[in-house]
Write a protein that binds this ligand. Structure first.
Ligand code: SAM
Length: 354
């Protein structure tokens, strides 16, 4: 069987988003975008734009469902949120792939796909994927996603859309055996149903579940809970944690990562002409059943590395807990430390304890 059609580069995706947006008056789209941003901010469901560093992205209280109740609202999501949720999903999946090197998943389900975000990210991360099922209960979001993906050449029997529950009349039938189950920016909105949803999809997963949420205290809270649940069900954590022990993150802190994305001119206009880039903060967990090949590293870099003269300071999560490592010029890992980035795996856990 051959793989899915290749996902076009990001510039092409941005061009298609701009073409889709061009069919409504800019003023209407700007208004809908402002309303959507406000709704996400009040729900605490955005992983922060702007600023750098390991702390940003305080999103306030818990996140809640933000209904996308019209074609215009779905388009506003595509223009203003999709670029960031795509970039975050892509980074989370790449980090998961690095920790399961050599594993070649064939099938994917994207639960709460929105416009197809995690499926597009997964298909660009694992080009050997052969089939994708995208489940999206919101009809405005689903029809926009179908159109976006079709324009990107992703359609047909290997790239199917469904509502939410496979097995319902008229819905795709296969319920189990998905190598990758992706749930991006969904569980925070699912509220009390989140744990049941995760347990349900764990049963239908034969490989890896990847959960991505905003990099806020609330988003991290969801990820931490889901990670514990999956470990209690027998899962092995692939990323970001190098262990299955209780999360060592202390009170008032939260494990999150960041990704910088460039904004198209349309994206910039809809965000009131700010800078040409934004930083999306996200939390994630990738948990496998059964243990995948590849193996994870001894540590994970939890903050932007501090580069000083002749040394690099790293904040790490390791099996022994949170550690701070100082990598001097004489270390064989110095070059690697200089090039390292927030979120990267780190091969050595020996360090002075925090
Ligand atoms: C914030 S959007 C995220 C969309 C996409 N995953 C992304 O990252 O851009 C959340 C989506 O989850 C969907 N959703 C909410 N509850 C769901 C459920 N129980 N099962 C599947 N999807 C759900 C919503 O319809 C909505 O489109």
């Amino acid at each position: 069987m051959t793989g899915l059609p290749a996902v076009p580069p990001q510039e092409t995706i941005q061009q298609v988003v701009s073409q889709l947006a061009a069919r409504v008056p800019g003023r209407d789209l700007a208004r809908a975008s402002a309303e959507l941003s406000l709704a996400y901010r009040s729900a605490g469901a955005v992983g922060g734009a702007g600023g750098a560093g390991g702390a940003g992205g305080r999103g306030g209280g818990g996140s809640a469902e933000v209904p996308v109740g019209s074609d215009l609202a779905a388009l506003a999501y595509l223009v203003t949120r999709f670029p960031a949720t795509f970039a975050a999903s892509r980074r989370a999946l790449e980090l998961s792939k690095e920790s399961s090197a050599g594993w070649r998943p064939r099938s994917l389900v994207d639960v709460g796909a929105g416009p197809g975000t995690a499926a597009l990210a997964a298909a660009s991360t694992w080009p050997d994927l052969e089939r994708a099922l995208l489940l999206e209960p919101g009809r405005h979001m689903r029809s926009l996603g179908e159109e976006l993906c079709a324009r990107l050449g992703l359609c047909g029997p290997s790239w199917r859309w469904g509502v939410a529950e496979p097995g319902e009349p008229g819905e795709p039938g296969e319920l189990t055996g998905f190598d990758v189950v992706a749930m991006a920016y969904v569980l925070g909105e699912a509220g009390e149903r989140a744990d049941d949803l995760v347990a349900l999809w764990w049963e239908r997963c034969s490989g890896l579940i990847v959960v991505v949420e905003p990099g806020t205290p609330a988003g991290f809270g969801v990820v931490r809970r889901v990670r514990s649940l999956l470990v209690s069900l027998g899962g092995t954590v692939v990323a970001p944690c190098p262990h299955e022990a209780d999360c060592p993150m202390g009170e008032g802190d939260w494990c999150h990562f960041g990704v910088r994305l460039s904004r198209s001119s349309l994206h910039r206009r809809m965000k009131a002409g700010e800078v040409g880039w934004e930083d999306e903060k996200f939390s994630f967990a990738a948990v496998a059943r059964p243990a995948l090949p590849g193996g994870r590293s001894a540590g994970r870099i939890l903050r932007r590395p501090g580069r000083q003269r002749r040394r690099v300071e790293l904040s790490l999560c390791t099996e022994a807990g949170l550690e701070r490592a100082t990598i001097g010029r004489s270390s064989p890992l110095y070059r690697r430390a200089v090039k390292s980035a927030w979120g990267d795996a780190w091969p050595d856990a020996s360090a002075s304890r925090v």
